[in-house]
Design a protein around this ligand. Structure first.
Ligand code: HEC
Ligand code: HEC
Length: 274
C-alpha cells in the first residue's frame, strides 16, 4: 500500500507538530549550552563534598513538594478506594462484554445447518489457522500440519512410523515404530475408520497406552477411537501442540468459542483427501 502523506490532515498536523518539537528542542538545548559556557553559579554550599565537587543548598521547590506528596496520597487512594482489587476495572468491563457477546453468539448459532457451519469454519480458519496452515490448508510445505492428510489412514500410518509428541498428555511422547509393515497398515486402517469392525491382533501394541477401546486410559493418552473427528480436533485446539515441525498455540481460554472450534474442525476435516 502506498501512503499519501498529503491526503490526510491528521498526518499533516503530526508533521507540523514534529517540526515544532524539533525546533523547540534545538532552541532550548542551544540556550542551555550557551548558559553553561557563560554563567557562573553562586549560592550557599552544603557540607557534603566529593573529591572537590560540592553541592548548593537548594530549597525544595514548593510545587514539586506538593505534587510529590499529592502523588502519594493519590496512589493510596487509587489502591484502596478508587480502584481496589476486584472492583471495577476497564479490563474487567471488557471481559464482561466479551463474555456477554460470546454467550449471545453461542445462543444464536446453537444449531447451525451444515452449510452455515462449514462457512463459519472457513471464516475462523482463514483468520486463526491459515497463517500457519496455509490458506488452502496444505501446511505450507511442512511448516504446519497439512489437512489434506491429517486425520486420514495415511496420517495414522505416519504417526506409527514417526511417533507423536507435544499434546501434553500425562503419558508424554508416543515413540516411533510401535508397529510396522502390514501390521501397521491394518492398524492405521482400523484407527482411521473410527475403530469399527474387526480389531487387528497387532492393535495390542497400541492398547498398552491407548487402551483396548482406544479411549486413552482415562486421559493418559489421546482418545484415538475418535481420531479424525471434530471431537479430536477440539481436543487438539484446547491443548495446543509442541510438535516436531513447530508449535501450535492453545485455542482454549476464550480465543475460540465451542461452536467456533466445532465449526473449524468440521472445515479442516472437509479438506481431507478422499
Ligand atoms: C508408549 C505409549 C504409546 C503407544 C504404545 C502408542 N501410543 Fe499413540 N500416542 C501416545 C501418546 C502419549 C500420544 C500423544 C502424543 C502427542 O503428544 O502428540 C499418542 C498419540 C497418538 C495419535 C494421535 C496423533 C496425532 O496426530 O495427534 C494416534 C493416531 C496414535 N497415537 C495411534 C497409535 C497407534 C495406532 C499405536 C499402536 C501402533 C499407538 N498409538 C501406540 C502413546 C502411545
Ligand atoms: C502458530 C501456528 C499455528 C496456528 C495459528 C495453528 N496451528 Fe495447527 N499446527 C501448527 C503446527 C506447527 C502443527 C504441527 C505440530 C507437529 O505435529 O509438529 C499443527 C498441528 C495441527 C493439527 C494436528 C494435531 C495433531 O495432533 O497431529 C491440527 C488438527 C491443527 N493444527 C489445527 C489447527 C486449527 C484448526 C487452527 C486454527 C484454529 C490451527 N491449527 C492454528 C501450527 C499452527
Amino acid at each position: 500500500m502506498k501512503i499519501n502523506l498529503s491526503s490526510d490532515t491528521v498526518n499533516q498536523l503530526a508533521l507540523v507538530g514534529a517540526a515544532v518539537i524539533i525546533i523547540l528542542t534545538v532552541y532550548v538545548a542551544g540556550k542551555y549550552i550557551r548558559q553553561m559556557k557563560t554563567d557562573t553559579s553562586s549560592g550557599e554550599l552544603s557540607d557534603e563534598n566529593w573529591d572537590g565537587i560540592g553541592e548548593y543548598k537548594n530549597p525544595l521547590p514548593t510545587g514539586w513538594a506538593i505534587s510529590f506528596v499529592g502523588t502519594m496520597i493519590w496512589g493510596l487512594w487509587y489502591w484502596f478506594l478508587g480502584y481496589p482489587l476486584n472492583a471495577y476495572s476497564q479490563i474487567g468491563e471488557y471481559n464482561q462484554e466479551v463474555k456477554a457477546y460470546n454467550t449471545a453468539f453461542e445462543k444464536k448459532w446453537q444449531n447451525p445447518d451444515a452449510d452455515t457451519k462449514l462457512a463459519m469454519g472457513e471464516g475462523v480458519f482463514l483468520v486463526q489457522c491459515a497463517p500457519c496452515h496455509g490458506v488452502a490448508g496444505d501446511g505450507i510445505d511442512g511448516k504446519a500440519q497439512g489437512f489434506d492428510k491429517w486425520g486420514t489412514q495415511r496420517a495414522v500410518l505416519e504417526t506409527i512410523e514417526k511417533g507423536s509428541k507435544g499434546l501434553g498428555y500425562p503419558m508424554g511422547e508416543m515413540p516411533a515404530g510401535m508397529a510396522s509393515g502390514d501390521d501397521a497398515k491394518a492398524i492405521a486402517k482400523y484407527v482411521a475408520g473410527g475403530m469399527q469392525g474387526d480389531k487387528p491382533a497387532a492393535f495390542s501394541a497400541c492398547a498398552s497406552c491407548h487402551g483396548e477401546d482406544g479411549k486413552g486410559l482415562g486421559g493418559q493418552a489421546p482418545n484415538i477411537s475418535q481420531y479424525g473427528t471434530t471431537a479430536f480436533v477440539t481436543d487438539v485446539l484446547n491443548r495446543g501442540k509442541k510438535g516436531y515441525i513447530g508449535t501450535m498455540p492453545k485455542f482454549s481460554d476464550g480465543r475460540l468459542t465451542d461452536i467456533q472450534k466445532d465449526a473449524v474442525a468440521t472445515y479442516i476435516l472437509s479438506l481431507r483427501e478422499k
